[in-house]
Design a protein around this ligand. Sequence first.
Ligand code: NAD
Ligand code: 022
Ligand code: ZN
Length: 375
Amino acid sequence: MKTKAAVAFEKAKPLQIATVDLEGPKTGEVLVEIKATGICHTDDFTISGADPEGLFPAIMGHEGAGVVVDVGPGVTSVRKGDHVIPLYTPECRTCPSCLSRKTNLCTSIRATQGQGVMPDGSSRFSLDGKKIHHYMGCSTFSNFTVLPEIAVAKIREDAPFDKVCYIGCGVTTGIGAVINTAKAGPGCTGIVFGLGGIGLNVLQGLRLVGADMIIGVDTNPAKKAWGEKFGMTHFVNPKDVGSDLVAHLVNMTKRGADQIGGADYTFDCTGNVEVMRTALECSHRGWGESIIIGVAGAGQEIKTRPFQLVTGRTWKGTAFGGARGRTDVPKIVEWYMDGKIQIDPMITHTLSLADINKGFDLMHSGESIRSVVVF
Ligand code: NAD
Ligand code: 022
Ligand code: ZN
């Protein structure tokens, strides 16, 4: 069949809207009509050429929602008409990682996904007989895409595609980091660095679990008002604090008789390795956990004094918020539909596919929290 898509033909060039060829679903695969897709940082990172693993030409996009329109042989978990969210972290439920119950990083199709192809080693997308790569196993910047059955989460049919697509990455990453990775609970204190499309979701995750004190840190003063909408109780602009941001944050979080200070949980949502160090060091002595969500540039390294860890702080990282996609994503859709979490105000811009490059401009200028393309 033919499908309209935004194609990255070469690095650091605007996406081009093209009608490309798409082969139907093979064994264990499904054909999905994408109804909406968010635009996320990692799409931009790869398109820019800064991603050493980036492949071209490719159809990017990994934050979508749509409808199953065809299934290949052997597919049992979804059928035609089902509403789904594609998963860049699949959940096969049979690989050693899925069975371990200790990680969400399913390994069953990892190698081929990284090579921009389907699990059988071939691509379903082409143009004039030339291969176009899949991206993060999703390629949601296409009106139709083919996905492995294990890489779609079936969701309730009354959920609006143009909002729940964001659960395909940003919402689940932020809320999941609080619930699955930090396992934060009522009465805790949290500090969130970077109040963008991810950090705002960490804030609302902390609110959801009943955190007492939720501090937001951002160099952009406009983020104070944004944070307050999603549960932030205190805002800190590092530019107003001067040299010792760690001491300032530790001081703000002093509780109990010993008055030690530091937060139970801190989250980096910037991708900046200096911020990651600050986040670790302002977590509480003895039990504080700092969770790295931001993706740093290629070759970047983090550092701290070993003393920070010896005195009981823990550094953790999270991919897709530690969520098991087929199990957890439908639940997050329920929470949204029940009003337990908010999504609508974070979607600041809705665009047509023809305007997708404007979505990247809005990201670069800092004007958007999330832009969503509606097909
Ligand atoms: P964003 O650009 O919307 O937000 C980043 C925020 O950080 C901005 O508000 C900016 O003002 C702020 N900031 C920048 N430098 C700062 C500093 N020194 N101190 C404090 N604040 C600072 O980005 P986003 O969409 O929220 O994504 C954040 C990061 O999360 C990115 O690196 C992205 O790739 C990553 N991410 C990771 C996962 C995962 O599974 N681990 C999933 C999705 C996104
Ligand atoms: C999504 N991300 C950033 C913004 N939006 C993002 C990027 C990378 C990961 C997660 C989220 C990530 C963390 C760890 C891994 N990845 C490796 C997983 C593994 O090796 O099992 C990651 C993922 C997918 C891809 C590359 C890296 C890919 O499909 N190319 C989950
Ligand atoms: Zn993303």
